[in-house]
Design a protein around this ligand. Structure first.
Ligand code: HEM
Length: 240
């Protein structure tokens, strides 16, 4: 009763005819880049895939240049993996060297890769939006009913998270946290919607093609049905 179902989220890509709002995807990418990428990788997304959002080849290069990737080799001086700057063919790496380092920085929790998160959770895009805007104080009724259920130190109460206490601190806390290139006002709700839209794209970049094929198949079946009906009439015409 304390766990909430995600709030409804309307995205341009919803529905059988939906198309991505490229402007929104770029804003969502900006939120990912400036906020989420501090903890989360997108290991199924290559920098060059961003061409699909409307970035030019030069812009993609400039974006990739802001990330570093680990090399398989170890720096003999430090014992750390060596790194190099990313190129467009690389994928969005984790900011942490390995799982131990990631957990050490996150209260022993592991920030999941976000490439497929909108597919991995029920009602994924709406879930991401609700989760990001859902942080609040624990309701008094919950503590009355379950006195032992106080949110542990280092965790944060969020009724949209399956077990109510999440290790991720609220990542979007103030309006204007990012400055959008397109002038859209960056309220917390707007940023949450935009990054949810972006993560819908990362999980299914070919969504528009799927919708297009669906429409074509529907029209084909419609025409086919008319033809079969006419054939049926024709075949039985002499038997009436
Ligand atoms: C978990 C999204 C920023 C640390 C998650 C989950 C999502 C998410 C969808 C999965 C929840 C689930 O398992 O159902 C985002 C987005 C961000 C963001 C969209 C940017 C707006 C951050 C930042 C940090 C962080 C900046 C680190 C300071 C974590 C951790 C978890 C997590 C540790 C695992 C939580 C747990 O299992 O208790 N995040 N995140 N996230 N995130 Fe983030």
């Amino acid at each position: 009763e304390f766990h909430l179902h995600p709030k409804e989220l309307h995205l341009a890509s919803n529905g059988p005819l939906g198309k991505f709002d490229r402007q929104q995807l770029q804003r969502g990418f900006q939120v990912y880049k400036e906020v989420c990428s501090a903890c989360h990788s997108l290991k199924f997304v290559a920098f060059r895939d961003l061409r699909d959002l409307g970035y030019s080849e030069a812009e993609v290069k400039a974006i990739a240049d802001q990330w570093v990737v680990q090399q398989p080799s170890i720096n003999p001086e430090t014992g750390e993996p060596t790194t190099r700057k990313s190129v467009p063919a690389d994928h969005f790496p984790s900011p942490f060297a390995n799982e131990v380092a990631a957990r050490a920085a996150n209260n022993n929790a592991l920030p999941p890769d976000l490439s497929l998160i909108t597919k991995a959770r029920e009602d994924g895009p709406a879930y991401v939006h609700s989760l990001l805007t859902g942080y609040r104080d624990q309701p008094a009724e919950l503590l009355k009913k379950f006195p032992g259920a106080k949110t542990p130190n280092g965790l944060h109460y969020n009724p949209y998270f399956a077990n109510l206490n999440i290790a991720m601190p609220p990542p979007l806390v103030s309006d204007g946290q990012v400055t959008y290139a397109d002038g859209t006002k960056a309220t917390v709700d707007q940023m949450a919607q935009d990054v949810a839209a972006f993560l819908t794209w990362t999980a299914e970049p070919k969504l528009e093609r799927r919708h297009g094929i669906g429409v074509a198949a529907f029209i084909f079946l419609l025409v086919f049905s008319v033809l079969t009906y006419m054939a049926y009439q024709n075949i039985w015409a002499s038997k009436k």
